[in-house]
Design a protein around this ligand. Structure first.
Ligand SMILES: NC(=O)c1ccc[n+]([C@@H]2O[C@H](COP(=O)([O-])OP(=O)(O)OC[C@H]3O[C@@H](n4cnc5c(N)ncnc54)[C@H](OP(=O)(O)O)[C@@H]3O)[C@@H](O)[C@H]2O)c1
Length: 429
């Protein structure tokens, strides 16, 4: 057997504790697979409370940066979270001390991934982050190693389990967003402050990393267009079903002739697409490789066990001596990404309007769409309530997004339109 591999863990919450337990449970299997013993020599958290595991053989540090600087570990796991502050310092100090780093922190890498990858490569250490994207699904390894022979033009996925749980539950129960969000919070699927999840930011963090690995470009989180699921109503979900779609919050990164298009927003996806059937808290990632074709990964995107599984997979690589470029190509060779301009985005749209039920309303709306060269594909008005407010649903043929936005602006100003219209993009993938 080679020398034991010594590790230090910063952060003992859901992921940190899950990781300690996994390592303690699977010590023999891990030793067999790596030819080395794995030993947790140091841990750090914010408070010295009792944890759900025996810490007696580990040195406890009150300050995680002090641990990164002074512990006797070969590998530091940053399992604290946050894009700035302590998490970033722990990673930087660990790298500077020549320690390998494993993190589950997508926020940190979305904002500082390129610069940290450069530091790690200069120091000759790993910066590994399988757990940061889609939790337990080995999608970074899948793209960077398993599918390394391919080039990609498209990668997309359900990257946030909280949103997928909420949308699935809304469909199954017919309830509205707020009610289902409260239940998700009670069940522990959503944070007390759910904004990072439901506003699409968490999915955007992960998408920016997937995009970098898929296209060999620097991480470009600022270029991701982000829209969350707060505006999706129970009626939208019913309408989607009637039109043959499911509503999913997707992260989509596409390489186009105009640049890279990265976006996170609710999508109407045809029910027969495999991703439409990924329900509940599950995550999924689909990529198009130019030789392998379409490949889909599906599984648990969060939780102590699944996330620890990904963290320890990175640890096994390091123990075996497998150190790979963070984003699949050496950090200095990552291309500068060019973002596709918004006016080049094309697709079909679903519009839900609340209108006054009177003659001429449909003609007024159709004229605005006609002026922007937008063809209507379908129009649904189930209720008839003369002089009163009724829902009107329109789907369009493919058009550029700027034309759709201009039309929506004008439609909103019509007297007969009684509420702000809701627009959902219909995606064909
Ligand atoms: N939870 C998931 O399913 C999941 C999935 C994928 C990725 N992630 C990522 O994994 C990371 C950790 O998430 P988590 O869910 O495990 O978070 P968590 O349960 O809130 O745990 C965070 C841990 O960090 C510790 N901490 C906070 N500030 C600290 C400081 N200044 N110094 C040292 N330790 C500090 C906390 O200490 P105390 O315990 O003393 O408060 C806690 O142990 C995040 O980057 C998250 O995005 C999580």
């Amino acid at each position: 057997m080679s020398e034991p591999l010594k590790i230090a863990i910063a952060g003992l919450g859901t992921v940190g504790t899950g990781t300690v337990k996994l390592i303690q449970d699977n010590l023999n299997v891990l030793a067999q697979r790596t030819g080395r013993e794995i030993s947790i020599v140091a841990v750090s958290a914010r408070s010295r409370k009792n944890r759900d595991f025996d810490m007696s053989s580990m040195t406890y540090y009150d300050d995680a940066v002090d641990m990164a600087e002074n512990c006797d570990a070969d590998v530091v796991m940053e399992l604290i979270g946050g894009s700035e502050g302590i998490a970033k310092e722990v990673v930087e100090v660990s790298i500077a001390k020549g320690r390998h780093v494993i993190t589950a922190n997508k926020a940190l890498l979305a904002h500082h991934g390129t610069e940290l990858a450069k530091l790690a490569e200069e120091a000759g250490v790993a910066l590994a982050y399988e757990a940061a994207v889609a939790g337990g699904i080995p999608v970074i390894k899948g793209l960077r190693e398993g599918l390394a022979a391919n080039s990609f033009d498209l990668v997309y996925g359900i990257l946030n389990g909280t949103c997928n749980f909420i949308l699935t539950n809304m469909r199954e129960t017919g309830r509205d967003f707020d009610e289902v969000l409260t239940e998700a919070q009670e069940l522990g699927y959503a944070e007390a402050d759910p904004s990072f999840d439901v506003d699409g930011v968490d999915a955007a963090h992960k998408l920016s990393l997937l995009s970098s690995v898929s296209f060999g470009t620097e991480v470009d989180f600022d270029a991701v267009y982000i829209e969350g699921i707060r505006n999706i109503s129970a009626l939208d979900i019913v309408n989607a079903e009637e039109l043959g779609y499911r509503i999913k919050l997707l992260g989509i990164a596409r390489k186009t002739e105009h640049g890279i298009d990265q976006r996170v927003h609710p999508c109407m996806v045809a029910k027969d697409q495999p991703i439409a059937s990924v329900e509940g808290v599950l995550n999924a990632v689909v990529c198009n490789g130019n030789h392998v074709g379409t490949t889909m990964f599906e599984g648990a995107g969060a939780g102590g066990g699944p996330t620890a599984s990904a963290v320890v997979a990175d640890l096994v690589d390091i123990a075996r001596g497998t150190i790979l470029p963070t984003f699949g190509v050496p950090a200095n060779a990552l291309a500068k990404p060019i973002a596709q301009p918004v006016e080049k985005r094309e697709g079909s749209y679903y519009l839900r309007l609340q209108v006054e039920d009177r003659p001429g309303v449909i003609a007024d709306i159709s004229n605005i769409l006609k002026d922007e060269d937008i063809s209507v594909k379908s129009l649904i008005q189930h209720e008839s309530n003369p002089g009163k407010s009724v829902p009107l649903v329109i789907t369009t043929q493919a058009t550029v997004e700027t034309a759709m936005n201009r039309s929506l602006e004008k439609i909103s100003q019509l007297d007969c339109v009684l509420e702000k219209p809701n627009m959902i993009r219909i995606v064909s993938l």
